[in-house]
Design a protein around this ligand. Sequence first.
Ligand SMILES: [Mg+2]
Length: 231
Amino acid sequence: MHIHRISRFALTVSALLVSCLAPCALAETPRTITLEELARSLPKEPINVVFDVDDTVLFTSPGFQWGSRTYGPQIVSAGVSVREEDLPSDEDRRKYREFWTKMNNELDQYSVKKWIASELIALHKSRGDRIYFVTKRIYTGSEKLTGLLRSEFGLPADSPAVIFTSRQPKTKAFKDIKAQVSYGDSDGDIRDSIQAGARPIRVLRSPASVNHEPTHNGGFGEEVLYNSEND
Ligand SMILES: [Mg+2]
């Protein structure tokens, strides 16, 4: 009888614990922030801000899709960090470099500017902030991405060139440019921002992106920008 009561008590406690899971999960709902809230939260003085490129300022899936079709997903994949040194043959490495040269010099003509990026860059320009771009894309010696971003977003001709980390983490670049606010769609962007001491803001990846690598939006305690997934 006594044992029976204890087990009933234990059952009630575990039922309570289970029912607590929903509000506990709610407490961890991503912190969503609107553009207006973001603008109000920025310091008065000009700051250094950094943007990721793919799926943050440009919807670049057309180029990556073409690359995967043409060279094969083992050589070109939007989400997976394929490294040149991991490829098995000289021919694969040649194709890899050929793709990245095309991606950085030609294929962004099919990339679409993201609406949120236009809004964010206009906001930061109006405040006199210094705007940088850091990408994990592979650099093969030439690029037209800097020029494209300057013309798409109305940035001056002497604005900083895109920094390519060639698949390496972005932490060092973020520290070098003394980034205070950092925008990105990937978990790596958020992780590297936190490590570099920058305030990370998550831009949502478009559901139509060919990058299917999972993201944990808000999972690092970062703010998630409302309505940032669309073009
Ligand atoms: Mg990205």
